[in-house]
Ligand binder design. Structure first.
Ligand code: UD1
Length: 342
């Protein structure tokens, strides 16, 4: 019998990599995506990697009636809920867009799960719920949640609260918040990867677009932070490893009775912005045009995962390195450039 998993936002960056990982592990993903923030090239990429086109339903997760029809059609084993807006800066300018889409979408999905008795649920949360860590920078799942500094961050923070409250009144559910650190890289096949819309906000796409000449120069936001080299520290996790964590999460939930778990998905190691630039230059042989600039408002100084729980509970750990990530991200950027030339 097919093990159908609804993957909302399954044509997006992390979603598409997770679709591949699900198929490789015997699941049948059903993608729900409205392609507002996803690129249709992903469908061709997935088709080539998987040898067949996955089922794709083009619809908005906020369309309650459409969602009901989908739940009627498939007997889902579980849901992985990626569909959400994710640009921190944009969320400050358009908060209602974020609250509407990210929270309404979540509520719609959860209410359908209850109505149709679907029990396994994985939520895309973020290390942003830790806010600016006070004291120790290595976050365990028990580290205190601090107030987020953007509406995007709030949607993850409130999303976790919605999930907790839903679980309390529906203890038969099996739910997991995966708190992602910083996803980077692309699939080795170079058939799927990230398609930043407009000018990228995130570090690695900014680096690769600068190196290829799409952008003139990378500004390193701040060199006066209290870290080893003065630049911010993050835990960069390869998207292929991150995708695998979702499959482990679904398979763990299948083995449980009612539960709610929260798990960090990171490498357990922090890297500074300068270390990422150096790794990029060393591994790709590209000279990057960059300069120090002022701090970016809202940036956290230093944060990285304690990844012990992921290992103990899910049997998951990161296998790929920063070296893999910068090489894959660069090859992906070159591939995009080649495609644009055609
Ligand atoms: C942010 C969010 C994270 C979210 C992610 C999604 C916070 C605290 N973090 O991650 O929850 O999942 O966006 O996109 O809200 N940098 C530069 N120059 C650049 C771009 C980035 O120096 O042009 C630096 C930043 O200052 C930061 C690091 O690179 O230190 C990583 O930045 P970025 O990739 O934007 O991710 P976060 O801000 O960590």
């Amino acid at each position: 019998m097919e093990k159908y998993i609804l993957v909302t936002g399954g044509a997006g960056y992390i979603g598409s990599h997770t679709v591949v990982s699900l198929v490789e592990n015997g699941y049948t993903p059903i993608i729900l995506d409205d392609f507002r923030n996803a690129n249709r090239v992903v469908v061709d990429g997935l088709t080539k990697i998987l040898g067949k086109t996955p089922e794709i339903i083009e619809s908005d997760v906020c369309d309650d009636e459409a969602l009901r029809t989908i739940f009627q059609k498939y007997k889902f084993k579980g849901v992985i809920h990626f569909a959400a807006h994710k640009a921190v800066g944009e969320s400050v300018l358009e908060p209602l867009k974020y609250y509407q889409n990210n929270l309404q979408g979540l509520v719609n999905v959860l209410s359908k799960m209850i109505a149709f008795n679907v029990q396994n649920f994985v939520f895309s949360s973020s290390c942003t719920v830790y806010g600016e860590p006070k004291g120790i920078k290595e976050m365990t799942e028990e580290s205190p949640k601090n107030l987020p500094n953007s509406p995007y961050g709030w949607t993850k923070w409130i999303g976790e609260q919605i999930i907790e409250d839903t679980f309390r009144s529906n203890p038969q559910l099996k739910m997991m918040n995966l708190r992602y650190f910083n996803p980077v890289g692309a699939h080795k096949s170079l058939l799927i990867g990230e398609f930043p819309l407009g000018k990228p906000n995130n570090l690695l796409p900014y680096i690769t677009q600068t190196a290829i000449g799409k952008l003139e120069k990378l500004t390193v936001f701040g060199n006066d932070y209290p870290t080893t080299d003065g630049t911010c520290i993050r835990d960069y996790i390869h998207v292929v490893d991150l995708a695998a964590a979702h499959v482990k999460a679904i398979s763990f939930l299948e083995s449980q009775t009612g539960c709610l778990e929260t798990i960090n998905v990171g490498t357990g190691k922090g890297s500074s912005v300068l270390e990422i630039i150096q790794a990029f230059e060393k591994e790709t042989g590209q000279k990057l045009n960059w300069a120090f600039g002022t701090r970016r408002e809202g940036d956290v100084t230093e944060i990285f995962a304690n990844a012990t729980k992921a290992k103990n509970v899910l049997g998951w750990q990161a296998n790929l390195t920063i070296k893999d990530a910068v090489i894959d991200a660069w090859n992906w950027e070159k591939k995009l450039a080649e495609q644009n030339e055609k």
